[in-house]
Design a protein around this ligand. Structure first.
Ligand SMILES: Nc1ncnc2c1ncn2[C@@H]1O[C@H](COP(=O)(O)OP(=O)(O)OP(=O)(O)O)[C@@H](O)[C@H]1O
Ligand SMILES: [Mg+2]
Length: 252
């Protein structure tokens, strides 16, 4: 297998949980510096694919290259040290600890107090809520606010790749918009984002690249715009065709 100079490259990835393969040969690349979105029906293997990146699921065949380094076989901690950080799908803050303490925990791999302090300053700039609610218990925040603190905590590692599995899960429409804006913000401060989203239309609009996963294989890939405007994909996964959406005014 040849080394790859892509930022992230999936090469013939086959993986599952013992009861048969969920991913049946996945090939695609995640370009550096952008937002890449994976969409597809329930059970198509989106979460499984993200778990192969963070080392929680080990592919049976194939390889995942991260800046030329093969990830298959590495432990989740080794992958974290390389700069790949996955924000868990479920709420993962320590509710009895303060917002500040939770965010500081994100830097657990960093030993230098000065570096931690610098990163805290940066994170407070990006996420004002970390300063505003610093001394409040994380458990006292709303679901959407907790999600922002989870993002803030992940930035403490200065990740090169942020992996997000359905970050909009359980958020009300207003918080959802704020959350999408925050993903854009994280991207604009230099983080490459790999994202799975159920709100496919909204997510594709802000994504530079997109992949449609179907039954464990890549059905289509392209720019977010291309996938969004593919009539077949629109009809299948985005709740009606583009024409219908235009008539109802949705997506404008
Ligand atoms: N821990 C597990 N053990 C066994 N099978 C699993 C496990 N997790 C997922 N699966 C199975 O793998 C298949 C793909 O699941 P996966 O969670 O990757 O899909 P998904 O695309 O993320 O779906 P959703 O849109 O519902 O989140 C499903 O058939 C699921 O039942
Ligand atoms: Mg999933």
């Amino acid at each position: 297998m040849a080394e790859s100079d892509a930022f992230v490259r999936f090469e013939g990835v086959v993986a599952g949980y013992g009861g048969g393969d969920v991913l049946k040969g996945v090939d695609f690349e995640v370009p550096q510096g952008g937002i890449t979105c994976i969409v597809g029906p329930n059970g198509s293997g989106k979460s499984t694919l993200l778990k192969t990146v963070s080392g929680l699921v080990h592919p049976r065949l194939g390889q995942i290259w991260f800046k030329g380094t093969p990830l298959v076989g590495l432990s989740p901690k080794e992958i974290l040290k390389l700069g790949v950080v996955q924000v868990p799908q479920n709420h993962s803050l320590f509710r009895e600890m303060t917002v500040e303490q939770n965010v500081e925990l994100g830097a657990f791999l960093v030993k230098d107090r000065k570096v931690i302090a610098q990163r805290m300053d940066h994170v407070r700039d990006v996420f004002p809520i970390v300063a505003e609610r610093a001394k409040d218990k994380a458990g006292s925040l709303s679901g959407g606010q907790q999600r922002l603190v989870e993002f803030a905590r992940c930035l403490m590692l200065e990740p090169q790749l942020v992996v997000l599995d359905e970050p909009s899960m359980g958020l009300d429409p207003k918080t959802l918009r704020a959350m999408f804006a925050t993903i854009k913000l994280m991207n604009s401060v230099g983080r490459t984002v790999l994202l799975v989203e159920q709100n496919a239309r909204q997510a594709l609009k802000m994504s530079h690249f997109a992949v449609v996963l179907e039954n464990g294989q890549v059905r289509l890939s392209g720019t977010g715009h291309e996938v969004l405007n593919n009539p077949e994909i629109g009809a299948l996964y985005l709740g009606g065709s583009i024409e219908e959406a235009a008539v109802t005014g949705e997506g404008s």
